[in-house]
Ligand binder design. Structure first.
Ligand SMILES: [Zn+2]
Length: 279
């Protein structure tokens, strides 16, 4: 980032923080059907800002659920790459409200940190990018790359409609790389590029046992106790190193290099071995 851009951001910090506060004050909770208006309000906030920054195309796109915001900037220099930027404007529910020191939708700064629902997931990150776009446009007159923006409203409910949007708009969304800022930094002041996350898999197991109490003297040891069988089953799925022992579980998964494992464990801000449980 050029010095002029940084200078601009410093000079406009107060106004930008206030604007971020306006975004955070919208209770766009995607799981709550009564918040439809708030979802619309967040969409309008984003569209207004993208227009204001100077995006050529800013659209509200309807999906089967909450709408998403799509925007394009294509005035970068000839031959400049195109970045696809993703973020989400919906937030997690904020209850129980009584546990909040300050109300979740009344942004407040404490000890140099901004507290509000969505401040770090994902409104803060989304806003950071938009503010930098603004600063670049205002100081340099253009962005260094072409940018396509998708900001959806269903990340906290599984992005169900995003998949079909991606499927239906493959041509539109073509880009040289995509950039997602929906995660944290390992520590304050340490920019972090996250390029892999653990996933999860779920299954339901039913263990059936006898339908009546069995006499221990007659059946003990011969008939399995369902609670014990379940405990044994679960315990057999992972070893003491937290590695999943189910055959084939790691098939097709890239292993960490020694260097990656070292870097992960050296990263500040975590007090547990983050590379545990990865082959
Ligand atoms: Zn998120």
């Amino acid at each position: 980032m050029s010095e002029a851009v940084q200078q601009y951001l410093k000079e406009h910090e107060e106004r930008l923080l206030k604007k971020l506060g306006d975004f955070l004050a919208i209770d766009s909770i995607s799981t709550d059907p009564s918040k439809k208006e708030s979802m619309d309000e967040a969409v309008v906030f984003l569209m207004d800002y993208l227009h204001e920054i100077g995006f050529d195309l800013v659209e509200r796109r309807e999906t089967g659920g909450h709408p998403l915001v799509y925007a394009e900037y294509s005035q970068a220099a000839e031959g400049a790459p195109t970045a696809l930027f993703y973020g989400h404007y919906d937030v997690q529910p904020a209850d129980p409200y009584e546990l909040w020191e300050t109300p979740p939708f009344s942004p407040a700064v404490r000890d140099g940190r901004l507290f509000a629902r969505g401040a770090s997931d994902d409104k803060g990150q989304v806003f950071m990018h938009l503010a930098v776009f603004e600063a670049m446009m205002q100081t340099e007159g253009r962005l260094p790359v072409n940018v396509k923006v998708i900001i959806e409203g269903e990340e906290e409910i599984g992005s169900e409609n995003l998949y079909s949007f991606l499927e239906d708009n493959q041509e539109l969304l073509k880009a040289d790389f995509s950039l997602i800022s929906d995660s944290g930094m390992v520590d304050k002041g340490i920019p972090t590029i996250l390029y892999g996350l653990k996933g999860f898999t779920g299954l339901e197991v039913t263990v059936k046992g006898p339908d009546r109490d069995l006499h221990s003297g007659l059946y003990g040891g011969a008939v399995k106790n369902p609670a014990m069988a379940l405990a044994q089953l679960l315990a057999s799925m992972k070893n003491t190193e937290e590695t999943v022992t189910v055959p084939g579980f790691y098939e097709g998964i890239e292993t960490l290099t020694g260097e990656e494992r070292k870097l992960m464990n050296e990263a500040p801000g975590e007090d547990y071995p983050v590379s545990t449980g990865i082959p």
